[in-house]
Design a protein around this ligand. Structure first.
Ligand code: ADP
Length: 501
């Protein structure tokens, strides 16, 4: 081929290649080698802008710009590579290094370089192809980070093939089962399954093959030393790129301590319940039996007082009055205690309009309400599923206190809101209020903040309210009223239908 034709075709081909370079993400540069080992760049493909953030023309106009984009820690190593090529010690080279972008971002690139001798000009020409590695590196780093998390997790994490051969085994697994990864990888997972749990593997695998995940499955496993222990397993299918299930990953947690804790807790609960029942029975029997001698004391005191009426001095009459008063107080204490002890038992709950319960409570307090000219206003109320007499007593106690602990005309407001699966009832009053340091202790039995002379009472009302609310699965508390008084709030889980609680 004549040389001019060869050159013409060469030029044509080069133009064609340069056009193609516009479409690929890798970037290409061409440079002539200077005598002193430097490069004079003659071409940068347009994609250099994506890699470096600068235009191809910038690099051509400023010959040192490319090297100034290389991270300072990496540039000696990059320059050394170019020198090796230009000195003829290598014909091609590959270097991974970092670029430092204008915005401070570091980007890993891979540069493949190649030296060519132009037979016509006799010049040394270097061609470089730059591939951006950052995404691939980030992906690798992310993988390495995840692998480190798995490896260092205290939970046992392993993977197995569909035929149950263990493929990966982390440090947590080693600690839990006692096998090192060398000992167990390649062995069947049945090595870890005690005879009590055989058959379970097939069941798990068939569910996994259907793509199901098995969550918190409690079973037994066997350690290397042969001991069995309880575990909670979460088994998930592992899929290949086409979405086919090719194996499973298992996260196992040793629940020996949890089980022991749970059974201690259950035992303690059982004992607590038993002792509560005993206490309630005791209170019921004691208060019932105390009523009998008390009645005798009261009756004979009255007989004595009547019989001796004429012989008694004023002082002695006063003493008799005090004894009779004390027996009456004791009688009401015993009655309240008896009522209180009956509240704890199993409760039958049925749906009822809350307004109906409130009407019943108001009817029981009709005398006090009219004597104190009280106003009771009620918002929109729902139907609730409660023990009817228990809830009537609850509202009655709260209303009675709102009437009692108020010096003027009582105003009582009842409202309800639904919050996260619960009704929150509020009973607000305009009474004397309760100091915030007593907001908790007033719900304790016999806790009173006033003397009997100021306000009569036995200190059982709010303890009963708490017992009723808690027996229904709710909580009760008191807050300061907005301007005056107090707001009693209690919750009640929203449910429907009749049942026992
Ligand atoms: P009692 O009313 O028989 O004393 P409670 O258990 O019903 O017993 O109430 C305990 C204490 O809480 C009361 O002695 C009173 O000091 C305070 N208290 C209860 N309700 C109110 C109220 N609505 N306003 C102010 N104080 C109250």
């Amino acid at each position: 081929m004549p040389q001019s034709k060869w050159r013409q075709e060469g030029i044509h081909e080069e133009a064609h290649l340069l056009e193609l370079l516009n479409f690929i993400s890798d970037c290409m540069w061409v440079a002539d080698g200077g005598d002193n080992g430097t490069l004079h760049y003659t071409y940068f493909s347009p994609s250099i802008e994506k890699v470096s953030g600068r235009k191809a023309t910038d690099f051509l106009e400023s010959p040192t710009l490319w090297l100034s984009c290389v991270h300072p820690e990496d540039s000696p190593y990059v320059e050394n590579g170019y020198r090796r090529l230009l000195s003829g010690r290598a014909v091609s080279d590959r270097n991974d290094y970092r670029l430092l972008l204008k915005n401070g971002e570091k980007r890993w690139v891979r540069e493949n370089t190649l030296i060519r001798f132009d037979p016509i000009s006799g010049k040394r020409r270097v061609v470089g192809v730059i591939t951006c590695l950052t995404e691939a590196t980030q992906f690798q780093e992310e993988l390495a980070r995840l692998a480190a998390i798995v490896e260092n997790s205290d939970d046992c994490i392993l993977s197995k093939s569909l035929d149950g051969i263990i493929q990966t085994w982390n440090r947590g697994a080693e600690k839990m089962y006692g096998y090192t990864s060398n000992e167990i990888i390649g062995k069947p997972v049945s090595t870890l399954i005690p005879s009590e749990s055989t058959g379970e593997f097939e069941n798990i695998m068939s569910r996994l093959k259907r793509g199901e995940m098995i969550d918190h499955f409690e079973t037994l496993r066997r350690k290397k030393d042969g001991t069995t222990f309880p575990v909670s397993l979460t088994v998930s299918p592992l899929r290949d790129a086409s979405g086919r299930v090719v194996g499973a990953s298992t996260i196992a947690r040793d629940i020996t301590l949890q089980r022991a804790f749970q059974s201690t807790l259950e035992e303690k609960n059982r004992k607590l319940q038993q002792s509560n029942e005993n206490l309630e029975q005791f209170a019921a029997v004691a208060s019932h039996d105390l009523q009998e001698p008390l009645r005798t004391v009261t009756a004979f005191c009255q007989l004595l007082e009547n019989g001796l009426a004429k012989q008694l001095s004023e002082k002695e009459k006063e003493y008799f009055g005090l004894v009779v008063d004390a027996t009456k107080r004791m009688d009401s204490l015993i009655r309240d205690l008896l009522e209180y002890s009956k509240l704890g038992g199993c409760l039958q709950v049925n749906p009822i309009a809350a307004s109906e319960i409130i009407e019943r409570a108001k009817a029981n307090l009709a005398f006090e309400i009219s004597a104190k000219r009280a106003e009771i206003s009620v918002g929109n109320l729902p139907t609730i599923t409660v023990n009817h007499s228990g809830f009537t007593r609850l509202f009655q106690e709260l209303f009675a206190n709102a009437l009692k602990y108020c010096h003027g005309s009582p105003r009582i407001v009842i409202q309800v809101m639904a919050v996260g699966g619960e009704w929150v009832f509020s009973v607000s009053d305009n009474g004397i209020g309760i100091p915030s340091e007593h907001h908790d202790d007033i719900f304790r039995i016999f806790r009173r903040l006033h003397s009997r002379n100021e306000f009569p009472g036995t200190g059982i009302g709010l303890a009963s309210c708490r017992k009723i609310v808690e027996a229904h699965g709710g909580r009760i508390w008191v807050e300061k009223g907005q301007d005056v008084g107090s707001v009693f709030r209690f919750t009640l889980p929203i449910r429907s239908g009749s049942s026992d609680i």
